[in-house]
Design a protein around this ligand. Structure first.
Ligand code: NAP
Length: 499
């Protein structure tokens, strides 16, 4: 019997439509089709890969109005954000197209022979990269375009030469199917195998687990919760042939603001921070969830008064914010439960207005001592939504302990680091030890797709801290080095590619 999945209107909770869940046989068929497409795609030259990626970008843009309207109904993220996200998704596809065309997946290290005895002497060697094989890609709820069917994982895997089997997110099923329809049209128009990009969907966990366990799958790419990522990473590792699993997970993104900076710019920084905390109803993996203030006395500055004043400014800037509805009712419930956990763990709730029945959540600001934050793991868990926790550290040492307790995060933001002092060096060291990206201005929401970007960090923000899911280096996740030693002349001439 076919199990039906339901798409919901994110604003009203009303059921929109039903779509059939993939059967286990359909998951196997999608993986087998991806495996069958792999030799051809692995052998495709850069311009061929680029042509597919660019055609996919055009397809998204051509149907923009319809796609954005559908995404808005299923996610409540609003047309401004969703149009921007579609632009970013098309930009990513074209950026990986450019990289493939310029030969980035085919780059190699040439190490000519050196005469003489080892260790100095050695044979001729060339270090190439080969694509891993079919990638299982798990879409995120909060990025229906940029981390979904045609998002960065799919774009970077295709550029690397890997087929993709997408697991649609249950929060935007209709959009995923609509985008997949475009994918099929583009593949057919370019005379490429339909199995090069597959799509599966399922309500429980069975379909995703079957996908990552399938023998044809060579890697996993995931954007979502720490819990979901941990479960799927364990599945990937427990296979008879374990495969790499690139999970981009939840993050608390600490912001550390030094009092001297707050004394001069507190009101403006509070307004900026309040906007970042509530942007997209706080449903960003880079949402600033922890604000660390250092209360150590300082000559010429009433630090306690400055920090207290900033907390008041932030509370005042948060109160008038009007977050929109959350992506799903389950997420709304999880947000409220997370705030309740803060309170149970001893945090003071400074801003917590009650929202009327059926209305979006109100912003939340809570405050706790650094010692409590360090002692109680419940205070360090990501609370996904428009809320943030102020952590009051007695001194620099305690602020550094707060960072250590966080352990791993996508970002740390440091405000007030202009002078080279023992304190600023220690904070930068502490931030670099736990974060993938350290910001010295602005707020962490907003992730540029560029060459130097690093979107990933130590556990629990990702399963692979050496990798990034955003930016040019994302492609490296799906490539594996192979060294050719004393390769015959014909292979060197090809170059290094026996196709
Ligand atoms: P999620 O619930 O973990 O879902 C992500 C995907 O994994 C979905 O396809 C889901 O299937 C599947 N899944 C989850 N748990 C599974 C399990 N145990 N077994 C098999 N499949 C499983 O995440 P989300 O709610 O969509 O996203 C919100 C979270 O993502 C937040 O924590 C946020 O911080 C994080 N996030 C991280 C990044 C980043 O780049 N690091 C970016 C955006 C969001 P179903 O659809 O069937 O539930």
């Amino acid at each position: 019997m076919t199990t039906m999945l339901t798409s919901f209107n994110a604003r009203t909770g009303e059921a929109l439509e039903h779509v059939p869940s993939s059967t286990p046989a359909a998951v196997d068929a999608a993986c087998d089709a991806a495996a069958a497409a792999f030799p051809l795609w692995q052998g495709a030259a850069g311009p061929e890969r680029a042509a597919l990626l660019r055609a996919l970008a055009v397809a998204l843009e051509t149907d923009r109005a319809e796609l954005v309207a559908l995404a808005d109904r299923e996610t409540a993220l609003g047309p401004v954000r969703l149009n921007g996200e579609l632009d970013r998704t098309a930009f990513q596809l074209r950026r990986f197209a450019d990289l493939a065309e310029r030969g980035a997946p085919f780059a190699f290290v040439d190490d000519p022979a050196v005469a003489g005895a080892p260790p100095a002497g050695h044979p001729a060697m060339q270090r190439w990269s080969v694509p891993l094989g079919p990638v299982a890609m798990f879409s995120a709820s909060n990025f229906p375009f940029a981390f979904s069917v045609l998002g960065g994982d799919t774009a970077s895997a295709l550029a690397a030469g890997c087929p993709v089997v997408v697991k649609a997110h249950s929060g935007h099923l209709l959009l995923s199917n609509r985008v997949f329809g475009l994918v099929q049209g583009v593949l057919a128009a370019l005379n490429l195998p339909a199995g090069l990009i597959g799509l599966v969907q399922g309500g429980g966990r069975d379909i995703g687990v079957r996908l990552i366990r399938h023998p044809a799958i060579a890697a996993g790419a995931f954007t979502g919760s720490t819990q979901g990522g941990a479960a799927l990473a364990a599945e990937a590792a427990a296979r008879p042939r374990p495969v790499p699993f690139f999970g981009e997970l939840g993050s608390t993104n600490p912001v550390i603001a030094l009092p001297a900076r707050l004394a001069t710019d507190g009101a403006a920084l509070a307004a900026t921070l309040a906007g970042s905390i509530t942007l997209g109803c706080g449903q960003f993996c880079t949402n600033p969830g922890v604000i660390v203030l250092i209360d150590a006395p300082q000559s010429g500055l009433d630090v306690q008064a400055v920090n207290d004043g900033f907390v008041t400014q932030l509370a005042e800037a948060l109160r008038p914010q009007q977050p929109h509805a959350m992506l799903t009712t389950a997420m709304r419930g999880a947000f409220e439960a997370g705030v309740a956990h803060w309170a149970q763990a001893g945090a003071d709730l400074l801003v917590q207005d009650t929202s009327a029945a059926g209305q979006p959540p109100r912003p939340v600001l809570a405050q706790v001592s650094a010692q409590a934050f360090i002692d109680r793991a419940a205070l360090r868990e990501e609370v996904f939504g428009p809320g943030s926790l102020v952590v009051r550290a007695a001194n620099l040492v305690q602020a550094l302990q707060v960072l250590q307790a966080v352990g791993g995060t996508l970002t740390v933001t440091l405000w007030g680091m202009d002078a080279d002092t023992g304190q600023t060096r220690a904070l930068v060291r502490g931030a670099m030890a736990i974060a993938g990206r350290v910001l010295f201005a602005g707020v962490p929401t907003g992730v540029a797709v560029t060459a130097a970007q690093q979107h990933g960090g130590p556990w629990p923000s990702s399963t692979r801290p050496e990798s990034t899911s955003v930016g040019d280096a994302a492609m490296a996740r799906f490539l594996r080095p192979v060294c050719l030693q004393d390769a015959p002349a014909w292979l060197v001439e090809r170059p290094g590619r026996p196709v």
